[in-house]
Design a protein around this ligand. Sequence first.
Ligand SMILES: [Zn+2]
Length: 123
Amino acid sequence: MLQIDCPFCGPRAEIEFRCGGEAHIARPLKPEDASDETWRDYLFQRKSPKGVHFERWVHSHGCGRWFNAARDTVTDRFLAIYPMGEKAPSIEELKARLPDVGSPRHAYAENRVAPERVEGERP
Ligand SMILES: [Zn+2]
């Protein structure tokens, strides 16, 4: 099971959390002046990268607080967790800390716990 490190409670099982979608989506400053295209982009256009994705998460079955996270969508590994309203770390910063960011060879590593084998189950 994936573990997510809540900045307020510590590591907890992923089932306690809910993803709130892409982070850093800014509402148009002057909504009355925004074009239809600006509203379309604000409401519906989201990134879906293969690699680092910046997301909002809430510890819905815990403290109920929101935070931002950088998650590698290939490995499902959380690369950074930072407060709401704070600027996202750059991809270069993340790669400097974790050179294998985006590498598929680390799939199922670190954040994943191998399932326990059941007696008599085939491998
Ligand atoms: Zn929490």
